[in-house]
Ligand binder design. Structure first.
Ligand code: SF4
Length: 395
């Protein structure tokens, strides 16, 4: 049980949040460890209502599983395949186009292009596949398919291809309205022997923060976030939020913080590890809102079926990508919820639901320099005055 002194301290921290003041790392840890979840959620909700009073958003998307070979091995991942696996994906331009066209027909506006981490650095099959397509690196091929999807369907590419160099990201800037890289955790401890990132050098937080910062230097809107429940301590979870907050304060290019709950998967080293409890995860989400204040906070709805309304109460303002066409290849066991179900839950919590592009409205202002001139003609016809997808283009 918490002492009266601690309870008083928590109440003072929450009052300062309500006054619009920032909280410190120590205070955020105190909140996360507190049992006073109700007050934390209430405060997080009021902060969301102050900074993000508009509708809750989502991005109608297709998931283009370009290549699921990966040079790394994370202990919780089933996305990564081996060349002999039945579900190996190495997509040709025609296959990519076919999915994007289905997305167009179902009024999607985002083409999420996903690959494993530098597959050609580990697998000869990936190298030869790229060579047969006329490329020597996965980034060159992503650039080609991004351009094709953009020009032939009008869907806006958003690529998640792991850690990229500044030069590689600059090659994608003209065709991708935004890029994504989960920080997952700022804890280097998770790279140690027996920990989930032991065999995943790309999960070194130094490398990931460097990638995220490079995107900021290039003025590329970026999505990032945390994977909660992979062995990090409370303090490390909070540290990760503050790393993101610090990068944002320098560059202002982080368009959302995804709070993703770990989910154990069959045939992985972490199959026996429990997912974070609902009560803990929801508190993590609320504390993220209290630390980040005006940033967009998202949870993946497919990983939290049956309790979506709780996350609106915890301060989120976005549901992320939802696809009417493709599965979530990273979490294939969790199907996307029907958009009408999400709309109904969102309405029950007195919020509207609107589709957004893979670039958030606040990044669209020309003077901010986040959209290259060449992408304007693809973005502008899709949006209304609020920078959201025109109603008649929505699902
Ligand atoms: S989580 Fe990403 S980096 Fe880790 S093994 Fe899976 S695809 Fe590779």
């Amino acid at each position: 049980m918490f002492s009266c002194t601690v309870e008083k301290e928590i109440s003072e921290v929450l009052s300062r949040c309500v006054e619009g003041k920032s909280i410190s790392r120590t205070e955020a840890v105190l909140l996360l460890k507190s049992e006073n979840t109700h007050s934390i959620l209430q405060t997080a909700k009021s902060i969301r209502d102050r900074f993000k009073p508009g509708p809750i958003t989502y991005s109608p998307k297709v998931f283009i599983n370009l290549i699921n070979l990966c040079r790394d091995t994370c202990s919780y991942c089933t996305y990564k395949k081996e060349p002999t696996d039945d579900s190996l994906s190495m997509m040709s331009p025609d296959q990519v186009l076919s999915i994007a066209q289905r997305g167009k027909m179902t009024r999607c506006t985002e083409a999420l292009i996903v690959t494993g981490e530098r597959p050609e650095a580990r697998y000869l099959q990936a190298k030869e596949w790229l060579k047969s397509l006329g490329h020597s690196s996965i980034v060159d091929y992503i650039r080609e398919v991004s351009e094709m999807v953009l020009h032939k369907t009008g869907l806006l590419p958003h690529t998640n291809a792991g850690c990229l160099t500044k030069k590689e990201m600059s090659l994608l800037k003209d065709t991708n309205v935004s890029l994504g890289l989960m920080l997952e955790s700022s804890s280097e401890r998770l790279l140690r022997k027996g920990m989930p990132h032991e065999m995943a050098p790309s999960k070194n937080p130094k490398l990931r923060t460097k990638t995220i910062q490079s995107a900021g230097e290039l003025r590329i809107p970026m999505t990032t976030g945390l994977l909660v429940g992979i062995g990090e301590t409370h303090e490390e979870m909070i540290d990760s939020l503050f790393v993101i907050k610090e990068i944002q304060s320098k560059f202002g290019h982080l368009q959302e913080v995804i709070m993703q709950n770990f989910s154990p998967k069959a045939n992985t080293a972490m199959v026996e590890i429990d997912r974070p409890s609902h009560s803990y995860f929801i508190k993590c989400v609320a504390v993220a809102r209290l630390v980040m204040n005006d940033m967009n906070i998202q949870i993946p709805p497919n990983l939290n079926p049956g309790c979506l309304g709780d996350f609106i109460d915890a301060g989120i303002n976005d549901w992320g990508g939802i696809s009417p066409v493709t599965i979530d290849y990273v979490n294939p066991e969790y199907s996307w919820p029907d958009v009408e179900l999400v709309r109904s839950v969102t309405l029950q919590k007195a919020h509207g639901l609107r589709a957004r592009l893979p670039i958030y409205p606040e990044f669209l202002d020309k003077s901010l320099g986040f959209i290259p001139e060449g992408l304007r003609s693809f973005v502008d016809p899709l949006i209304d005055d609020a920078g959201l997808v025109k109603e008649h283009d929505q699902n």
